[in-house]
Design a protein around this ligand. Sequence first.
Ligand code: AMP
Length: 214
Amino acid sequence: MNVLLFGPPGVGKGTQGQRLAREVGIVHLAMGDLLREAVRQGTEAGKKAKAYMDAGELVPDELVVRMIEDRIHNVQGFLLDGFPRNVAQARALDAMLDRQGLHLDAIVFMDASEETLLERLTGRLICRACGFGFHRHYSPPKIPGVCDQCGGELYQREDDREDVIADRLRVYREQTAPLLSYYRNRPVFGMVDANGGADEVYEKLLRMVKQADG
Ligand code: AMP
């Protein structure tokens, strides 16, 4: 099945998407992770994307559209997280799905209060080796600075600094929030309140996705 998760930064798309994709047996395609990997590897795409990412702005559409299209047709079922992030990208996604004879089985909008988002983003810690996410207060690692899953080093994302977070939330309101009107009338659309704890939110998402799977 093909699932699309969207919502503001810090709402839990990455954490929930990773867990959900594993349970359903599909590939988690997280645009931000793909871009950070491209930056780390120093590819042409990564070099172009870096300045936008550091500033909390969106990377140009043609670059992200190309990266996603490359991956979508090589997998059996995917969960998209962080793409599309504006209406032009959503249109490009519809067109590429059409070309490949694919469709979305579930489109889920996750939302939380701005207070929750800020708290989550400023406390977020990520494993450099496996990408697993922690939070300084809500889900701290057993040993400070060390990943429980793989022993890797934990770091704070450059763009999880308060000044960049403000820009990311503005970009979300201006460019990504309009996706709600783009998708909300589709039969496979659903909405999840993501203010609660991770397990509670996960149960809601799982129920919704299983229902979509028939
Ligand atoms: P994320 O990990 O989803 O928070 O994404 C981190 C950063 O990557 C964003 O602030 C953007 O600069 C960039 N990015 C991620 N997804 C997209 C996208 N679909 N379109 C443009 N830029 C993106």
